[in-house]
Design a protein around this ligand. Structure first.
Ligand SMILES: *[C@@H]1O[C@H](CO)[C@@H](O)[C@H](O)[C@H]1NC(C)=O
Ligand SMILES: *[C@@H]1O[C@H](CO)[C@@H](O)[C@H](O)[C@H]1NC(C)=O
Ligand SMILES: *[C@@H]1O[C@H](CO)[C@@H](O)[C@H](O)[C@H]1NC(C)=O
Ligand SMILES: *[C@@H]1O[C@H](CO)[C@@H](O)[C@H](O)[C@H]1NC(C)=O
Ligand SMILES: *[C@@H]1O[C@H](CO)[C@@H](O)[C@H](O)[C@H]1NC(C)=O
Ligand SMILES: *[C@@H]1O[C@H](CO)[C@@H](O)[C@H](O)[C@H]1NC(C)=O
Length: 248
């Protein structure tokens, strides 16, 4: 009895001390509620099915650009996040055939420099600007059509439903889309920049099998000059990936 009391007493004192330090530390901790800065990656990670999109947002640095811009712009932003399934459903080689510049443009195309709720999208006037539009309002826009509370998005090349929001709160809205939004400007009949068949590069970072022989025959190859440039960019991208692998 006495012995147990003796051993318990110091423990109680320690426990009491711990409790008091904890309570006195509490006011310094941030109040639960208004969170820190908006982090697109964190929002997508919670969604659990956006590994490829997160990877592409990261390597193109569009993700950090959104985090910064969403904080500084009064308009807010809207992101359309294709699922991993959406990327898997692309024709083999689709991403590999894009130059590094075009990959950035493709990801920018999934971001609009304005906040849209689903209700906004039901009645928005088309086409809606994206980050890929740049200063040229006429290109890389998205068209939205609404019917019975269901919103569809069209690129002029693909059309798909805008599914549930991962976030729909100013200044950032994030919606799930079941298809990669392939811009008509890149993939449609009136391509702005014809996409050259990419050379098979062992160090290419974006993973999809290229089955390009058929495609290469179908799409006229452009001038060798731009081909060489693309090879160069691909090589640089490959090097970057290699370096990253060694660093991390
Ligand atoms: C955003 O969240 C991701 C994943 O949770 C984390 O790795 C990254 O460091 C965060 N970025 C910033 C700027 O807080
Ligand atoms: C993003 O890229 C950085 C290096 O630029 C890397 O350290 C990090 O793990 C990447 N994050 C994700 C989520 O891919
Ligand atoms: C967000 O903007 C406010 C001012 O509007 C600024 O004080 C803050 O540092 C910014 N946060 C980030 C993460 O850029
Ligand atoms: C959007 O609709 C307009 C008018 O119908 C059309 O001219 C334009 O090509 C469409 N753009 C896309 C990206 O679907
Ligand atoms: C929306 O797109 C889907 C295909 O993804 C199509 O089946 C559906 O008819 C479209 N709805 C409207 C209202 O255009
Ligand atoms: C490549 O394309 C050919 C002809 O279209 C097809 O028969 C073959 O299965 C494809 N291979 C792969 C790996 O997709």
């Amino acid at each position: 009895m006495d012995i147990t009391r003796l051993t318990i007493a110091p423990l109680l004192i320690i426990a009491a001390l711990l409790l008091t330090t904890e309570t006195s530390a509490q006011p310094a901790a941030p109040a639960p509620g208004p969170a820190g800065p908006i982090n697109l990656t964190a929002i997508l990670e919670k969604g659990g099915q956006f590994t490829t999109f997160i990877h592409l947002l990261n390597i193109t640095q569009v993700g950090s650009q959104v985090n910064i811009q969403v904080n500084s712009s009064s308009e807010g932003m809207t992101v359309f996040a294709p699922t991993d399934n959406a990327f898997q459903n692309l024709k083999p080689g689709t991403l590999n055939k894009l130059s590094a510049d075009e990959q950035v443009k493709l990801i920018l195309y999934h971001v609009s420099p304005k906040f849209y709720s689903l209700d906004d999208l039901l009645s928005v006037s088309n086409p809606v600007r994206t980050q890929a539009s740049g200063r040229d309002n006429g290109v890389y826009g998205l068209n939205f059509t609404g019917q019975a509370n269901q919103v569809n998005v069209s690129t002029g090349y693909v059309e798909t439903r805008v599914s549930n929001p991962l976030r729909q709160q100013r200044p950032l809205a994030v919606y799930v889309v079941d298809m990669v939004l392939l811009p008509g400007e890149m993939f449609g009949e009136h391509k702005l920049s014809p996409v050259a068949p990419a050379p098979k590069s062992p160090s290419s970072g974006v993973s999809d099998d290229s089955n390009s022989t058929k495609k290469a025959a179908a799409s006229p190859a452009d001038k060798s000059g731009s081909c060489e440039r693309k090879v160069g960019l691909g090589f640089v991208l490959g090097l970057v990936f290699l370096c990253l692998k060694f660093l991390f």
